[in-house]
Write a protein that binds this ligand. Structure first.
Ligand code: SAM
Length: 224
């Protein structure tokens, strides 16, 4: 288990840009995020754009933050870690389940050719679409619906990232993964989960448990 309690907090009085640089060095690189493309993407996405107005001052808090509809924007370290395990090279088609604020979507949009993102709450999907347009992402397609079913029309995907927790790895997502593809998903109880990496090779799908995490539930046919 990562011991986040010993992480240093950013010094006060820094601009958002300085806080972001501080985050990349002290909360990401210092804690094992090594892929330079991922670190660069985390440096380029202003988290303050994706949090509600009233929490903007805390945009670089080292943890998840509340957004609308009782949901959360994920902790930057977890966003970077989940992205890193996908090993994106820039040419991939990626499916994201759980658009939320769109912060993770923005990171993926800088690292892959196309991003398909699914959200079940209409108000969040609408807000994320606006924020991502302001951010300048033009390779993202949005879908409102139950992401536990994936988005079969555009399958197969080279990588799939699920930002909400499932009781088991949702079968449709494995089916929609390309041969050689990678899927990362929190799997466990409604309170605590492990990140699970699924690697698909032909008909075989190998699961590997990574670090412990705590995500909001995946609500749907193949979720809770
Ligand atoms: N990556 C997001 C971010 O950076 O803001 C975090 C999103 S939040 C932790 C998880 C999201 O998954 C919520 O917005 C929630 O509504 C969504 N969600 C839950 N079940 C879903 C489902 N079946 N299909 C699509 N989205 C779902």
């Amino acid at each position: 288990m990562h011991d986040y309690s010993t992480r240093p907090s950013a010094p006060t009085g820094l601009s958002f840009a300085e806080q972001r640089e501080w985050m990349v060095r002290h909360q990401l690189a210092a804690w094992g995020i090594a892929d330079p493309r991922v670190l660069d993407a985390m440096r380029r996405v202003p988290r303050e754009l994706f949090v509600p107005e009233e929490t903007r001052a805390d945009a670089y808090f080292d943890g998840a933050l509340p957004i609308a509809a009782g949901q959360t924007i994920s902790q930057p370290y977890v966003v970077a870690h989940m992205t890193e395990v996908l090993r994106l090279g820039g040419q991939e088609k990626v499916l994201e389940i759980g658009t939320g604020s769109g912060y993770q979507t923005a990171v993926l949009s800088l690292l892959a050719a196309e991003v398909y993102t699914v959200e079940r709450i209409a108000s969040l999907a609408r807000q994320a679409q606006e924020t991502l347009a302001r951010f300048g992402a033009n390779n993202v397609r949005f879908h409102l619906g139950d992401g536990s079913l994936g988005w079969p029309e555009h399958a197969p995907y080279d990588a799939i990232l699920v930002t909400c927790a499932a009781p088991v790895v949702p079968r449709p997502l494995v089916q929609q993964l390309a041969d050689g593809g990678r899927l990362v998903v929190p799997v466990g109880s409604r309170g605590y989960q492990d990140l699970v990496l699924v690697r698909k090779n032909g008909q075989e799908a190998r699961e590997e448990r990574l670090s412990p995490v705590a995500f909001v539930p995946l609500i749907g046919e193949h979720g809770w």
